[in-house]
Design a protein around this ligand. Structure first.
Ligand SMILES: Nc1ncnc2c1ncn2[C@@H]1O[C@H](COP(=O)(O)OP(=O)(O)OP(=O)(O)O)[C@@H](O)[C@H]1O
Ligand SMILES: [Mg+2]
Length: 243
């Protein structure tokens, strides 16, 4: 469960996210969308405790992120848009290191199926420098999922993956939601979000302009037309092109 109340993020005098409230229940996948600079990454960084919120409250799996950050962070995983790896640790060593930080017992039993799921078995003993971009992304995902988080934040998880990788990633996100995770993902790939997400939240210059199920948001911006897709909703909601 993710509960966000009146989240505001300021950088100096500039407000990147304003008074944002929403919640994501177990099993739900929320698509966070909005034009470049709308505040998606700022929101996800605040929600995962990477940067402090300027105001508001955030609860992760029942734990207040400000009051009990360790318990909140234990329950979550955040996949940033620019993943970082340790240059001198192999794929396998990354998993062992992360397992130790999170106190994951018998991590080998979990690491093996993750490496198989993400097709990294062959690369288990190589350093990040020898991995392709998509493989690096997969390694970051394997590391993040090792502690079985119940709350997962993805910032642009599908960019850089090949078509099969995208399909697997989609399946993996939807499977984790079915298993009871609460998931937020930001992406500009709206046709993919339509397939993955149960809900969508549209940001424009730091303000929420719409949220709800995909059908609810579509209805809000359909002007009575049937079959309005998320791309059209996005353009109408964010004023991308006035027609
Ligand atoms: N560290 C920072 N210092 C000052 N301003 C920042 C900082 N990080 C982001 N911003 C500003 O906050 C606003 C929101 O940025 P953010 O990265 O959250 O947008 P985004 O929705 O993720 O965009 P994109 O689709 O391009 O990834 C932008 O105007 C950006 O310039
Ligand atoms: Mg971003």
């Amino acid at each position: 469960m993710i509960e966000v109340e009146a989240l505001t993020k300021r950088y100096g005098a500039f407000t990147a996210v304003r008074n944002l409230s929403f919640s994501v229940r177990p099993g739900e996948v929320l698509g966070l969308v909005g034009p470049n600079g709308a505040g998606k990454t700022s929101t996800l960084r605040c929600l995962s405790g990477v940067i402090p919120a300027s105001a508001g409250s955030i609860r992760i799996a029942g734990h207040d992120l400000a009051a009990d950050p360790v318990a909140a962070k234990r329950a979550l995983a955040f996949f940033p848009d620019e993943p970082r790896l340790f240059e001198y640790l192999t794929v396998r060593q990354h998993l062992a290191f992360v397992a130790r930080i999170y106190g994951v017992a018998r991590y080998e039993e979990l690491a093996r199926p993750l490496l198989e799921e993400l097709e990294l078995v062959e690369k288990a003993d190589v350093l990040p420098g020898e991995l392709s971009r998509g493989m690096k992304q997969k390694l970051v995902i394997a590391c993040g999922l090792l502690h079985s988080p119940s709350v997962i934040f993805f910032d642009e998880p599908l960019t850089g993956l090949d078509p099969l990788g995208i399909r697997r990633m989609k399946d993996s996100i939807m499977r984790r939601a079915r298993d009871g995770a609460s998931i937020v993902l930001s992406s500009h790939l709206l046709h993919l979000l339509e397939e993955i997400c149960t809900h969508v939240l549209i940001l424009k210059k730091g303000d929420k302009v719409a949220d709800g199920t995909i059908a609810e948001v579509a209805a809000q911006f359909s002007n009575g037309e049937a079959g309005v897709n998320l791309e059209e909703v996005f353009i109408r909601a964010t004023g991308g092109s006035e027609t």
